[in-house]
Write a new protein. Structure first.
Length: 356
């Protein structure tokens, strides 16, 4: 009897899922949407049958969708993709609010709506949304230079760092060390920078422990702890900068880039007219943020050839590539004594110290 029912289902008569409770299917779809590795994992469900499509677009399922489910290509952006993101936002999905907010603010240049969506995600303790809003406040993005709100940027970084966001913690440390938007406190600033490096190391170790044999895990953990102890000892001395852990032999895994950042970079790199003349993208390949006015981002104080939207992007890019492309270390002392002015200053440009 069961065999005959299955055969009738395959021929298209009764719906296969008519025999399953909706609650069970919804539970499965919630797990799928939260763990999907790409949008196609979920799209394949939508096109299977009408019953699955109805259940897959249930607000409960859409509210659980993870960031990778919104990892669409910029070249495939369409009104239907926009509507789907809006539907997820309406369902209360913080990742969708952040992703659509970034796209609207930077790509579609709808500043008010984009910032509002990011704020909606931030209210729900989305750390990356808080940090992105902090970057907007620090730069005065979408407005003029006088629209910068350093105190608001520091407050947002503080909230994001409490939630464990490493870049926000590092940004907060530099703000305290430099007295940028907050009373200067060099000791506390350095402590936060050390804490940011320790968090970065802990996250990297956690990732590596998932696949390495136990003996290798233990040996590497000992080496990393020794390197961390040495790094903390050096950073406790009277030096002006805060080295990255990679400078002490800690080969950290490359951080996974958020789908929204990938989308932004693809959008501006594939559209020649998307950026007005004179506007630049952040030099960190994993960022994707563009300037919203000329000379909005700050440049490297040594070579002057790269620009960054934030200290977080500067630190990551330094570790990934700029360390070998910038002026050689043996020339830093002479360059910094001359004020770091290696290129002709452009009106409105700000220079940011190298991360070493």
């Amino acid at each position: 009897m069961a065999q005959r029912k299955r055969l009738r289902t395959i021929t298209g008569k009764p719906d296969y899922f008519d025999q399953l409770p909706d609650d069970l299917v919804l539970n499965i779809l919630c797990k799928l949407s939260s763990s999907a590795s790409c949008p196609s994992d979920f799209i394949n469900v939508l096109i299977t049958c009408k019953t699955l499509k109805r259940l897959a677009t249930n607000p409960l399922v859409l509210s659980k969708a993870g960031a990778k489910m919104f990892a669409m290509k910029a070249e495939r952006w369409s009104d239907s993709a926009h509507q789907f993101l809006k539907q997820c936002v309406k369902a209360g999905n913080s990742e969708a609010s952040y992703t659509l907010g970034m796209i609207r603010f930077y790509c579609l240049q709808n500043r008010g709506s984009g910032a509002s969506l990011m704020a909606k995600a931030a209210i729900k303790s989305h750390a990356l949304a808080m940090y992105s809003l902090a970057v907007i406040q620090f730069n005065g993005s979408g407005g003029s230079k006088t629209d910068k709100n350093l105190r608001a940027g520091v407050a947002l970084c503080a909230r994001a760092s409490v939630l464990g966001h490493v870049d926000a913690l590092r940004e907060l440390g530099h703000c305290l060390q430099d007295g940028y938007g907050v009373p200067q406190n060099i000791v506390e600033g350095r402590r936060l920078l050390v804490q940011a490096n320790a968090k970065e190391l802990a996250l990297s170790l956690r990732s590596m422990m998932t696949w390495k044999p136990q003996q290798q895990q233990q040996q590497q953990q000992i080496e990393q702890q020794q390197n961390l102890h040495y790094a903390c000892t050096v950073m406790g001395t009277a030096i002006t900068g805060c080295p990255l852990l990679s400078d002490f032999g800690c080969n950290l895994l490359a951080r996974e880039v958020h789908p929204a950042s990938k989308f932004l970079r693809e959008w501006f790199e594939s559209r020649s007219g998307a950026l007005d003349d004179g506007l630049r993208l952040c030099s960190h390949s994993g960022c994707g943020r563009p300037e919203t006015r000329t000379h909005e981002f700050r440049r490297c104080s040594v070579c002057g050839t790269v620009n960054y939207c934030s200290r977080g992007c500067q630190a990551l890019d330094w570790k990934a590539r700029h360390k070998v492309e910038c002026v050689p270390m043996d020339q830093w002392h002479g360059v910094l004594e001359d004020g770091g002015d290696m290129v002709e200053m452009e009106e409105g440009d700000e220079y940011v110290d190298i991360v070493e």
